[in-house]
Design a protein around this ligand. Structure first.
Ligand code: IMP
Ligand code: MG
Length: 183
């Protein structure tokens, strides 16, 4: 494993920018192959904003013209672990009725966030709801849900960067890394 920059030397790189770009581009072509009419990308904030920004541009290259919406969800985290209940901090603006939706999130861990969002948009009348995550962590799954599309399986460590934070920090890093405690 390589390390981050000197400024961020407590962070060890897990997925570097080139690896991320390669997977994001490949995912976009997998998604395009479904030939979904009028695709609506719903990015779950805050963690997925960098991934979603890269993904929609890769979708363009793959020949799609998705619309994009944002929904801020919170799962009442205490420190680094999720406590369970998901709630809507800020809802999306548009209507999902009869739309083919692609939900985009940073990490699938317990599954509660993605299951909540999927159920919500289905209940609102979406024609289809598919899920796309940057990282899949399997160890703490509490709800039976898998991602239709995932860039990487991720080790069971707390990760930051590429939009993901620890206490509001590190979202700006162009790679995914793990916090190295006490380093
Ligand atoms: P789930 O509801 O347990 O699947 O949690 C998913 C959400 O928890 C993700 O959207 C992230 O915002 C957050 N999360 C889970 N693991 C990490 C991590 O390692 N770093 C940063 N955020 C995380
Ligand atoms: Mg999140």
């Amino acid at each position: 494993m390589t390390t981050g920059t000197a400024r961020h030397d407590r962070i060890e790189t897990i997925f570097n920018p080139t690896q991320i770009a390669d997977r994001v581009n490949a995912l976009a072509f997998e998604i395009a192959a479904l030939q979904l009419d009028g695709l609506l990308v719903v990015a779950i904030l805050k963690g997925s904003f960098v991934f979603a920004a890269d993904l929609i541009r890769a979708l363009h290259v793959a020949g799609l013209a998705p619309e994009v919406e944002f929904m801020t969800l919170s799962s009442y985290r205490k420190g680094l672990t999720s406590s369970g209940q998901v709630h809507i901090v800020r809802d999306m603006e548009g209507d999902v009725r009869d739309r083919n939706v692609l939900l985009v999130d940073d990490i699938l861990e317990s599954g509660r966030t993605l299951a909540f969002a999927k159920d919500l948009l289905s209940a609102r009348g979406a024609k289809s709801v598919r899920t796309c995550v940057l990282l899949n962590k399997t160890v703490k799954r509490a709800v039976q849900i898998g991602a239709d599309f995932k860039a990487f399986d991720c080790p069971n460590v707390f990760v930051v960067g590429y939009g993901m934070d620890a206490g509001h920090r590190f979202r700006e890093l162009p790679f995914v890394g793990r916090l190295v405690q006490g380093a």
